[in-house]
Design a protein around this ligand. Sequence first.
Ligand SMILES: NC(=O)c1ccc[n+]([C@@H]2O[C@H](COP(=O)([O-])OP(=O)(O)OC[C@H]3O[C@@H](n4cnc5c(N)ncnc54)[C@H](O)[C@@H]3O)[C@@H](O)[C@H]2O)c1
Length: 328
Amino acid sequence: MHADKKILILGGAGFIGTTLSPFLKECGYDITVVDIGWFGNHLPNNIHFIKADIFDLKINDLKAFHTVIFLAGLSNDPMAEFSPKDNFIYNTGLPAYIGYLAKEAGVKRVIFASSCSVYGYTHNRTFTEDDIAISNYPYGVSKLQGEKALLALADENFSVICFRQGTVCGYSPRMRLDLAINTMFKNALSNKEIKLSNHKIWRPILGLTDLCNAYKLGVESDLEFGQVINLSSFNTTIGDLAKQVKEFMLEFCELEINITDSHVEDYRNYKVSTEKAENLLRFKAVQDGLSIINDLHKNLTHFSDFNDESFYNIEVFKKLMMSKPIGS
Ligand SMILES: NC(=O)c1ccc[n+]([C@@H]2O[C@H](COP(=O)([O-])OP(=O)(O)OC[C@H]3O[C@@H](n4cnc5c(N)ncnc54)[C@H](O)[C@@H]3O)[C@@H](O)[C@H]2O)c1
């Protein structure tokens, strides 16, 4: 296998990695995953999987790779708020450490899974990467600082792409039911009810198919230095998303769904422009709400035990922390 086909995916046994790793393998890349296994390992057998803490990697371990994709860390607000200290260790310190190792090892590119959460609470304007990102809660702050740590290392020989991802939704063999559409879909089926915190809140949604295509474009691009790039399939209010799930349930599952709204203030509200991804990477989103709901419906038998705690990151994380505080 040619050296530029070798990709190391850190945190690749998570929700995104379990879909992205086989996708890139199918595209002809030689994939190695390093993951500590908080949520088990649901990767296919043909993916080279190393169960390890990324903090234990050394420069030599990265020398064989052309590209490193960073999908690790604490991946939502509840985890970050449960342990802000670990959140900063894993979401800021860890990407900084990996940037250092990768550059020393001669890796050509690091792609960092950042988040549109960095935009915090915005007021009805579509945000581009040039707008100032201000968030004041642990997850958003830590992802922005993770970006900055990596971007500081970028140069003509070491390219850094920070993908600011919208909320990623859809089916993955390592399933999460704590993500916008996935949660609504589960609640509609199990309770015939979708409880909204506030129907007016805006979110960019990123389908897993669009995400995979974007990462392939990122891997194959000739971008130099550092780039921050928004990734989203579409922007929507939470209320409109819930209506789509409700309509789907009526038409395809013969279920009448009740939508409730507690009208609480959120600290995140943003919609983003994907013009930069379109211009620099030729990214073209193909997914909409219905295609993501369809994907969930088609794969329902694989995650129909809604009580499985591993589908809810915070439940697994609380137990991990109680048995062995991870940052101790
Ligand atoms: N899912 C989303 O909606 C979303 C949106 C924006 C950004 N992101 C970012 O994308 C990335 C992946 O998200 P996901 O939904 O797949 O998360 P996930 O929680 O399913 O997966 C994270 C994986 O990282 C591993 N991990 C964490 N720390 C590790 C360490 N020190 N060593 C080895 N492995 C470690 C975990 O075991 C887990 O398998 C995260 O960085 C997240 O912040 C996710």
